[in-house]
Design a protein around this ligand. Structure first.
Ligand code: SAH
Length: 355
């Protein structure tokens, strides 16, 4: 099988062209065809010579995701089930709001981090997505938009851990954010969410300008270790210490996600502990009421408990985003993806409301 040309970075494509005695500006033209004009065949690239189009076709394929299913919620949220070349599948969720259209994308099929409350964890890690498969979620869901509607924001909050697939994710981020030959969504409008892999967070913040979201979910090592096994590798102290040292530009904040689990991490005392932990870090907290899924063993706290938790955070001076589930009726909310796709990937998690 020929490699997918959308998997190569700008540098890799430029190196291929140099090897084949082609001028460097061709890399830009080819990428404009792929990512701006969404070409699906080399023959569409009419500003390249026939010989060059043949040369590309001899060496590369232009692979696409297969749209297996598209479900629209009564609130306008759209969930896509995409099939990959090897039979695996992933999901993306399009979330319309008044002034923005956000796409939530996956970076792995399944996930290997084993968070106790997350449905994707049940699947284990199937495999990393390639850069082309990550970018294609944006291209394919854009195709379904009418008129001049465009995706304005991208969040890497679907299935998988983006920083455990660092190389492919960063090539994909380059393509999504580049204005000259890429999709052209500003890095200020792209958010990557991670379980908290410290060395990769440092690298990401050095190499890109995308927004950072960290899944925190507990204010003590003991509880976080139970909920998120990754905490045994990178403790809260290590994680927050890293956050304190990150070069965060003025007026920018790190988002901390906190899934509220009834009777587990939702007490007023825990809200106070959380506020204390975040002191000195330019931060905001996304409080995400748990989305139940069968067999999880966790529940969503009642509305009063959620409100109490949020009020304590506010009193403590924490900036919070209150997110309500979107796409509940099509299983597009957090941890609900792929619910009905039994026999394939059985369930996946997407933080449709964690943005
Ligand atoms: N691996 C990355 C990104 C994927 S999950 C990360 O963990 O950050 C995106 C967010 O959805 C994470 O904060 C995750 O903890 C949360 N999530 C997973 N399952 C959920 C559920 N059932 N209800 C609410 N949030 C959930």
């Amino acid at each position: 099988m020929k490699p997918n040309i959308k998997d190569s970075s700008f540098k890799e494509l430029a190196a291929f062209l140099e090897e084949h005695k082609q001028p460097a500006y061709r890399a830009k033209q080819i990428r404009q065809w792929l990512f701006q004009k969404r070409a699906t065949a080399f023959d569409e690239m009419t500003n390249l010579s026939g010989a060059m189009r043949r040369q590309l076709a001899d060496n590369f394929a232009i692979s696409r995701l297969q749209t297996l299913r598209r479900a629209e919620s009564s609130d306008g949220t759209v969930k896509f089930l995409f099939g990959l070349g090897d039979g695996a599948s992933i999901e993306s969720v399009l979330i319309p709001e008044v002034h923005r259209l956000t796409l939530c994308i996956s970076t792995q099929a399944g996930c290997g981090f084993g968070c106790a409350f997350c449905a994707t964890a049940v699947l284990g890690l199937k495999r990393n997505l390639t850069a082309g498969e990550i970018v294609d979620q944006v291209l394919e869901s854009s195709r379904t938009l009418s008129g001049n509607r465009r995706i304005t924001h991208v969040v890497l909050m679907g299935m998988g851990e983006p920083l455990a697939n660092y190389a492919q994710t960063s090539t994909a981020l380059e393509t999504i954010t580049d204005g000259e030959w890429g999709i052209g969504i500003s890095p200020r409008r792209v958010t990557l969410s991670t379980v908290g892999l410290v060395p990769q967070i440092e690298k990401l913040m050095e190499q890109t300008r995308v927004n950072l979201a960290i899944s925190l979910h507990a204010p003590t090592n003991e509880l976080r270790g139970e909920l998120m096994p990754v905490n045994r590798k990178y403790s809260l102290e290590q994680l927050l210490d890293c956050c304190r040292k990150l070069p965060i530009p003025r007026r920018k904040r790190i988002t901390f996600e906190y899934v509220l689990l009834g009777g587990v991490n939702d007490s007023e005392q825990q809200a106070r502990q959380l506020a204390r932990l975040l002191r000195g870090i330019p931060s905001k907290v996304n409080v995400i009421p748990f989305n139940p899924h069968p067999g999880s063993g966790f529940s969503r706290p009642g509305p009063q408990q959620i409100e109490r938790f949020e009020n304590v955070l506010r009193e403590e001076g924490v900036q919070i985003n209150v997110r309500r589930p979107r796409g509940d009726d099509i299983q597009a909310a957090c941890g609900q993806l792929q619910g009905e796709e039994a026999g394939r990937l059985r369930r996946g998690g997407v933080a449709a409301e964690a943005i």
